[in-house]
Design a protein around this ligand. Structure first.
Ligand code: FES
Length: 642
């Protein structure tokens, strides 16, 4: 029989094959990235190719109708069940060579599809998850050739997919016989790269989901992710129930110190919360919770330890020793979380005693280690976790900013929620403020503002609002460079009020009355000085006086106006066009670990290479801190703001 030339685009791979060989077989032989879940049985439709030049019909193809007549019985069945193939498309497993052809593998037929992210500077995610689906036809039991059902499943995976050395634990085996019979010996297995069979369903199945979880001290957020398309299909969040043991991290550690066995209560409460989130997102997406195949988790070191059931007490004081720093895998079942019977939970590595798996997630999401550009990553929570570096070198530290940036310790501060003031402008002449609250697009001096905010009221000022207000007060001359609310300005505006020895600035009259006091300004100065000093320490260590890009991660980072952050000197001078928020980058990092197996090895390797700086041990920290108390800084200039 004659040989036929096949050329695949866009890869350009080519080869000669005998007549009758399928496109899928040719692609496999040539290493062309063409997907298949059903193993060439014409069920999954994932092997679709677009016919470029040549044809699969002896008579040639001139129109779509010719393609349709070229379909074989399997394709005809496929289209009757699953809907038509697009014009010029064939199932790669069915189209057989009968002449020279050029076939295109469209992006949706590639195993290693890429998810392009919204922000231009974020690298795309290549979809290549740890868990994959395999449709198999298992041999039926035979009295003359006795072997177990599981053995025959293993043999089918090995013979039909070259997936060898599979194993399963009891939770999965318990349901196996029923599943095999329900599927009439045709089943889909989800298998991890480790060989662990995670789930088995009767019949053909193409949906695979995983859950990326970010355990914050305040909230736990979960994103159910489609492991085929990479898309987030459902999200849910809830308050971290550990709050009842202490509002902030340190008080939770104290609870454990004071109540022997208390760590078990904290562990149980966070695991229960996570388990209920699994149920919630599964419901929202219309799947069973046992269809969730894998969980990836990020969190700060204390959350990470408590979730895994590790005592966090050593993290409560110097030298802040972690129990483990590497990534960790546990069976979900062992953590009391119900997903697929053989499903695993993967936690990202921690960087240091203060710099957790959440920061590892930010690093994985932003990929500074892939770039030449010197990038500063800042994740502001109760602590600021800071990473500086590029391809050459990465440094990390944490800085004790305290919770002021989140609106705590501020007289009229509150969490970011509807009704909180988030934007503020102060008239340079009259010193009158205008503001916007979360949940409304109107400024307070625009008509309709009262109606627009009637439902929520104006309740307080959130972290980003406080940054703006203090920056505006400084720009309007209401506070001095040292952060003193200038009593001399009281002559110009009744909004500058005396409180005895200090002054405050009245933002809003009425109920509630909102004012920025001297103590509020101090709290922000202390927080921002700590943040800046930590950043400077890393810049010193790296030996640079400028960074090329600044990325703010976390909720704080996504609300804040970066210009005001720079006006107050929270962050160093940088081209404002290169200062941006990355949103929940820690959660994105967890999602990447879910979607791409290699990223897990990558982040473990990167984390090992990160130079960890302990701010408490650095004499220069104090000096940088004192300089950074001034607005914006006693020492450093901010030419980009001019
Ligand atoms: Fe599944 Fe072709 S490989 S339809």
């Amino acid at each position: 029989a004659p040989d036929h030339l096949v050329v695949f685009t866009p890869s350009g791979k080519r080869g000669r094959f005998a007549e009758g060989v399928s496109v899928l077989e040719a692609a496999r032989k040539l290493g062309v990235d063409l997907d298949s879940v059903c193993g060439g049985r014409g069920i999954c439709g994932r092997c679709q190719v677009q016919v470029g030049e040549g044809s699969f019909s002896k008579h040639g193809i001139e129109s779509h109708a010719d393609h349709v007549t070229a379909w074989n019985a399997v394709e005809a069945r496929y289209t009757s069940k699953r809907g038509a193939l697009a014009e010029g498309r064939r199932l790669g497993c069915q189209a057989r060579l009968c002449g020279d052809v050029v076939v295109d593998v469209p992006p949706d037929s590639q195993v290693h599809r890429q998810v392009v992210r919204k922000r231009a500077e974020a690298h795309p995610i290549e979809i290549d998850p740890v868990v994959r689906l395999y449709y198999v036809e298992v041999a039926e039991p035979d009295m003359h050739d006795p072997s177990s059902d599981f053995r025959r499943l293993q043999n089918a995976l090995a013979a039909q997919w070259e997936v060898a050395d599979t194993r399963a634990d009891l939770a999965l085996l318990a349901g196996l016989q029923k599943t095999l019979r329900a599927g009439e010996w045709k089943v889909t297995a989800a298998v991890r790269r480790s060989g662990d069979i995670v789930a088995v369903w009767p019949g053909f199945r193409e949906a695979a989901h995983g859950l990326a979880v970010d355990i914050g001290s305040t909230t736990i957020a979960a994103h159910l992710t489609d492991l085929i398309t990479g898309e987030v299909v459902a999200s849910a969040g809830l308050m971290n129930p550990q709050i009842r043991f202490g509002e902030d991290l340190m008080s939770r550690v104290s609870y454990v110190m004071m109540n022997p066995g208390g760590e078990r209560e904290l562990t149980a409460s966070v695991r229960e919360a996570l388990d209920s989130l699994v149920g919630e997102v599964a419901r929202e997406a219309g799947i069973a919770r046992t269809d969730v195949l894998e969980l990836t988790v990020v969190g700060n070191p204390i959350m990470h330890h408590l979730f895994l059931g590790l005592d966090p007490v050593e993290l409560g004081g110097a030298p802040f020793a972690l129990t483990i720093d590497g990534a960790y895998e546990a069976r979900a079942r062992d953590l009391g979380i119900t997903i697929a019977p053989g499903g695993y939970v993967y936690t990202l590595p921690c960087i240091a005693g203060h710099v957790g798996a959440d920061t590892a997630g930010v690093v994985l999401s932003e990929g500074p280690y892939l770039k030449d550009e010197l990038t500063l990553l800042v994740d502001v929570g109760t602590n600021a976790e800071i990473v500086l570096g590029n391809r050459e070198r990465l440094l990390a530290c944490s800085s004790p900013t305290g919770p002021a940036f989140e609106g705590a310790q501020i007289s009229c501060g509150q969490r970011a929620a509807p009704g909180a003031i988030e934007r503020v402008r102060i008239d340079r002449d009259t010193l009158e403020p205008r503001y916007k609250v979360i949940g409304s697009d109107l400024w307070s001096d625009e008509p309709g503002f009262a109606e627009a905010t009637a439902a929520t009221g104006v309740t307080g000022i959130c972290g980003s609002g406080i940054i703006e207000i203090i920056a505006e007060m400084w720009l309007a001359g209401i506070i001095t460079q040292d952060g003193v609310v200038d009593g001399g300005m009281a002559a110009r505006s009744p909004r500058i009020e005396s409180n005895g020895r200090t002054f405050s600035y009245l933002v809003r009259e009425g109920e509630p009355r909102l004012a920025i006091t001297q103590n509020d300004v101090r709290a922000i100065q202390l927080a921002k000085a700590a943040l800046y000093a930590g950043i400077k320490l890393l810049m010193d260590r790296y030996g640079v006086s400028r960074v090329e890009r600044i990325t703010l991660a976390g909720a704080f980072g996504s609300h804040i106006d970066v210009t005001y952050a720079m006006v107050l000197g929270l962050i160093p001078d940088c081209d404002l066009a290169k200062v941006a928020s990355a949103g929940n980058a820690a959660g994105t990092g967890a999602r990447i670990a879910l979607l791409n197996a290699a990223s897990r090895l990558e982040i473990q390797d990167v984390v090992r290479r990160i130079e960890k700086i302990e701010t408490a041990l650095e004499p220069a920290f104090q000096e940088h801190f004192v300089n950074a108390m001034a607005l914006p800084n006693k020492q450093d200039a901010f030419p980009e703001l001019e």
